[in-house]
Design a protein around this ligand. Structure first.
Ligand code: ZN
Length: 490
């Protein structure tokens, strides 16, 4: 989380509604309705059933002054059942048109964030279809009273994206679950006086009047929670990382000299992780250093706060460790994405675990001491929102609800589980498990049971009882090899 400055109110531009909308009740059709979600216990309404997403194009056009935008989603999908209707996730933006295979189609929205689309003819199982959804939305500036919502965030001439875990559906229609991640093309149209950036490689730039359109392509699958779309007065620097890996950094033009020296921390973090896991899983890496900030592992383009990247901010905020944490997510979370949100410990537990390793190497700290501290001081308090791999959504209330299941169980609990595994199998076998994990499930999805199975195969012994005792318990088990560690207060 990051603090927000007090900002002046700016009048919002309202766009005229475009008239493609055909809201109506569903026409009878053969087939059955796709389910509202992918069957995620933590987030039942996220993602959608009845189809696989094969590819998508997200087209955003920001108005002058950035106070509003229009957006089009073009999703290529394959039906996994005969579909009488299907959903996308959408919460907030106004729908201005829906087409299936080019034909205007009936639709309705629900307060739970479903856009229910009913084509005139049902969609046949196994066949591909293309759905296009056009929306428009306002993009008010954050104020102290009304802080940044999840999704697109604007302050002055800056726009950034903070979706984790479910902000993408607040920007435009998507299938908003990592299980439905897909290769994505981004087209961003912004005022020509500003720069723009998104995940993936820049493939074209076109100026038209007082706007510029940049098109980016992320050819690997990308989860909607990892999307980054940025607009602002920044300059993009290009560097080369290990084995020719392209690095790019979008940096506030006014702070270029101040921030540039600290950017090398990304290169160093990539090298540190590559020594332990093998090659970086992406085709490019780098950061979007924004005036707003809030660190987030948006794929191939980590979001960083400008004030944490100046020399002073870097030292005062321990930013090098934050960079390592976010870079480690390129392996754990971005390349190997969770099947369900209960698998989040595989992202955050790994990020904390490797940040601990890095801190130990950098500062001469003891990993054992740090793990012991977490185990004894935080103890069972870690599990207030449920077991490590079985978070309980009913415990997330109020402000915490939109960020479920991000809790200490996933972060510190996940890291303690990995440490328990390492203590049990030894450092060499543990590294072999980790390398096998990021290789086997690269550019894919995997969950807790996949990890248990793979760890057992690599170690040549059944690690199910050990790992399940950590992952599904309401209290932390004894730490293998450290019977003297005592769990803190429950
Ligand atoms: Zn993280």
């Amino acid at each position: 989380m990051f603090t927000r400055p007090v900002v002046a109110t700016v009048a919002l531009t309202t766009l005229a509604a475009v008239g493609l909308a055909v809201p109506s009740s569903a026409a009878p059709s053969s087939g059955t309705a796709g389910s509202i979600g992918v069957g995620d216990k933590v987030w039942p309404e996220l993602g959608n059933g009845g189809y696989d997403v094969l590819d998508q194009r997200l087209d955003l056009r920001f108005a002058k002054g950035l106070a509003s935008y229009t957006a089009s989603t073009t999703l290529t999908a394959r039906a996994t059942q005969n579909l009488s209707s299907f959903d996308l996730d959408l919460l907030g933006p106004k729908v201005t048109g829906v087409r299936v295979n080019g034909v205007p189609t009936t639709w309705k929205t629900t307060p739970q964030g479903e856009l229910v689309i009913t084509p005139a003819k049902s969609l046949r199982k196994h066949l591909r279809f293309v759905v296009r959804v056009d929306v428009r939305n306002n993009l008010p500036q954050a104020t102290e009273k009304d802080p940044f919502p999840p999704g697109l965030q604007r302050y002055g001439g800056w726009v950034q994206t903070v979706n984790q875990p479910s902000g993408a559906r607040r920007i435009m229609a998507v299938s908003d679950h990592p299980a439905q991640k897909a290769p994505t093309t981004f087209s961003v149209t912004a005022p020509a006086t500003l720069n723009s950036i998104a995940n993936g490689k820049l493939i074209s730039v076109r100026k038209h009047g007082d706007a510029t359109t940049r098109v980016f392509r992320e050819g690997r699958k990308i989860a909607t929670e990892l999307i980054q779309i940025g607009v602002g007065p920044f300059t993009v620097l290009h560097r080369t990382g290990p084995h020719g890996l392209p690095l790019r950094y979008a940096v506030p033009t006014a702070q270029l000299k101040e921030i540039e020296p600290q950017l090398a921390s990304f290169d160093r973090s990539i090298r540190f992780m590559e020594q332990r896991l093998g090659r970086f899983p992406g085709t490019e890496a780098g950061a979007y250093v924004s005036a707003l900030g809030g660190e987030l592992e948006t794929q191939g383009l980590t979001l960083m706060a400008a004030d944490a990247m100046t020399k002073e901010g870097f030292e005062n905020n321990g930013t090098a460790g934050v960079v390592l944490h976010e870079v480690s997510h390129e392996w754990f979370g971005n390349s190997v994405s969770p099947r369900r949100w209960a698998d989040l410990w595989l992202n955050e537990g790994h990020a904390v675990f490797y940040t601990n390793q890095w801190s130990a190497a950098q500062h001469g700290w003891s990993v054992e001491k740090s793990m012991r501290h977490t185990y004894e001081e935080a103890g069972n308090d870690l599990l207030v929102n449920g077991p490590i791999a079985n978070p309980d959504p009913s415990t997330w209330k109020g402000d915490a609800a939109p960020i479920r299941p991000y809790s200490s169980a996933a972060y510190q609990g996940g890291a303690l589980t990995l440490y328990a595994l390492q203590q049990t199998v030894g450092a060499k076998t543990f590294e072999a498990i980790e390398r096998a994990w990021v290789h086997r499930y690269a550019n894919s999805n995997a969950g807790t049971e996949d990890f248990i199975r793979l760890a057992s195969t690599v170690a040549g012994r059944d690690l199910g009882p050990l790992l399940r005792s950590w992952l599904y318990s309401k209290t932390l088990p004894a730490m293998p090899g450290h019977p003297d560690w005592k769990v803190g207060p429950a």
